[in-house]
Design a protein around this ligand. Structure first.
Ligand code: F6R
Length: 364
């Protein structure tokens, strides 16, 4: 079943161009170049706020979506992990959309949060990979990912498919709310259609990442930094690394580093910086300089412009294609997944069945 791959996780990482394309096909009308939901008769134009709830990697997909929904659709977004959300007595007003993101559709805390929101009169939308799951059945609006079965315990392809759906949903909401015109919608559709090719371009760095894995494998602690929609990617990178290689890793918003974690930096702590070039790149460059001034070893994941500007002095750079901000989190997911994967292989851990972890968490 693994074909030519050593692990399911590796196979699933490499399936991403195919399954993201497959997923996007149900959210894009190729002929009229528009974004549409699979339930075409579902009207989201009266939604006045969004509450996103999920766990783990699915929660990080939700964090990315918050940036998109706010920026593109100008919708206020509240987001929480399900185990906190349920017990904090959240304020849920009429007109709210509650959005749940889950690969399995069975995660106990997320499902309980869904039922809580339903009882509170929210419209329930779910992004799920298992169409027969409890969450899928209980939703008003079902937004499926078509990642296919995910066997590796560490989520990879389900995550990028969630992001694909959420990007399309952000664009759809933006259109419905009159925040983007027809021309912009067509441009977004074009970028979404290009995503699988960009994922392939990112996957082409597999060997390069494989050969830098020995730089990370001996570390006791690793820091991941990102800004804006790439901040959740830093959190996801850290989660992937700790799950499968058992190296302690933390993700931080680049600008938060000087508020504490910088105290950890020395020659033994690799710092992985996720930073596509753009208006905020300068700020991230100065955060990188702060790390380097303390002897920290920086791995920069950026595009050609970013690497040209800030690649010097890094112990390694990984060059991603230059992409639209709506696509960047999908593309940058690939090198963080590959890095975690190869580091785990160097360490010889059980990649597909990490200790203490289960694929579906159906207990609270
Ligand atoms: C991380 C991972 C977990 C899941 C989390 C939620 O690699 O797989 O953090 O993302 O348990 O699971 P679902 O998405 O099934 O609700």
């Amino acid at each position: 079943e693994k074909g030519n791959y050593r692990h399911f996780m590796q196979k699933e990482i490499f399936e991403q161009p195919t399954v993201v394309a497959q997923t996007l096909r149900s959210y894009i009308h190729q002929v009229d170049q528009s974004v549409a939901l699979p339930q075409i008769d579902f009207d989201l134009s009266r939604i006045n706020r969004v509450t996103i709830v999920a766990c783990g990697t699915s929660y990080y997909a939700g964090m990315v979506a918050k940036y998109w929904f706010e920026q593109f659709a100008r919708l206020p977004v509240d987001i929480d992990v399900a185990s906190e959300f349920r017990y904090r007595d959240p304020v849920l007003e009429p007109g709210g959309l509650a959005l749940f993101i889950s690969q399995s559709g069975e995660t106990a805390d997320t499902l309980a949060a869904l039922r809580h929101c339903k009882a509170a009169g929210q419209t329930i939308a779910v992004v799920v990979n298992v169409p027969t799951s409890s969450m899928a059945r209980e939703a008003d609006l079902l937004l499926p990912t078509h990642a296919g079965p995910e066997i590796g315990v560490a989520s990879t392809k389900a995550f990028t498919c969630q992001l694909a759906v959420l990007a399309a949903l952000a664009a759809h909401l933006a259109v419905k709310r009159g925040r983007i015109d027809r021309e912009e919608e067509i441009a977004i559709v074009r970028h979404l259609v290009e995503t699988p090719a960009c994922l392939n371009a990112a996957l082409a760095f597999d060997e390069e990442i494989f050969s830098m894995a020995h730089l990370i494998a001996p570390a006791r602690d690793v820091l991941y930094l990102g800004r804006g929609p790439d901040y959740p990617l830093a959190l996801e990178g850290a989660l992937k690394l700790k799950e499968i290689s058992y190296i302690h890793a933390e993700g931080y918003a680049s600008g938060e580093m000087k508020h504490g974690p910088i105290a950890l930096i020395d020659e033994a702590v690799p710092v992985i910086v996720l930073a596509p070039s753009g208006p905020l790149f300068e700020k991230t460059v100065s955060n990188m300089q702060e790390v380097r001034a303390r002897g920290g070893k920086v791995v920069l994941i950026s595009d050609a412009d970013g690497i040209k500007e800030a690649g010097e002095g890094c112990i390694a750079t990984i060059e991603m294609p230059k992409v639209h901000p709506l696509i960047a989190p999908l593309v940058y997911a690939v090198p963080v997944q590959l890095l975690a994967y190869h580091v785990a292989c160097v360490k010889g851990t059980d990649v597909d069945q990490p200790r203490n972890l289960a694929k579906s968490v159906t207990v609270e």
